[in-house]
Design a protein around this ligand. Structure first.
Ligand code: HEC
Length: 98
């Protein structure tokens, strides 16, 4: 029995180790450095990975509207942080007219 417990613990540990070794989040590398990037990654990846942001379908929607919509869905950010995020995304992933 003990050996099983030890094996299970070992498997769990290697599992966690591998998860930690993976790149943080799919799409994070597509967000360029810049003021507001850290805040964006912290606030905006609780519900979906950054690739949802990078590969958004409504590319013409102003980022300030998108950020506001996410706050209404439950994203937690102060008004200062939402402004930072919207400004960062506008620069990093410019809106493209439809
Ligand atoms: C409380 C959960 C939650 C948080 C936090 C959140 N989102 Fe979302 N987001 C969603 C859901 C659910 C969807 C898919 C449904 C939709 O598009 O309305 C989505 C979809 C998106 C899309 C895709 C829309 C498209 O045009 O394809 C973008 C872009 C986006 N989120 C940006 C953000 C940004 C920027 C933040 C940080 C301010 C953020 N999200 C934080 C829940 C969240």
């Amino acid at each position: 029995m003990r050996i099983f417990a030890a094996l299970a613990a070992g498997l769990l540990l290697t599992g966690f180790g591998m998860a930690a070794a993976q790149p943080a989040m799919p799409g994070a590398e597509l967000l360029p450095e810049g003021a507001g990037r850290d805040t964006t990654l912290r606030v905006c990846t609780g519900c979906h990975a950054p690739d949802v942001i990078v590969n958004r379908t409504q590319k013409a929607a102003p980022w300030s509207d998108v950020v506001q919509a996410m706050v209404e869905k439950g994203a937690e950010a102060t008004p200062d942080e939402t402004a930072q995020i919207a400004a960062y995304l506008k620069k990093a992933l410019p809106e493209t007219p439809a």
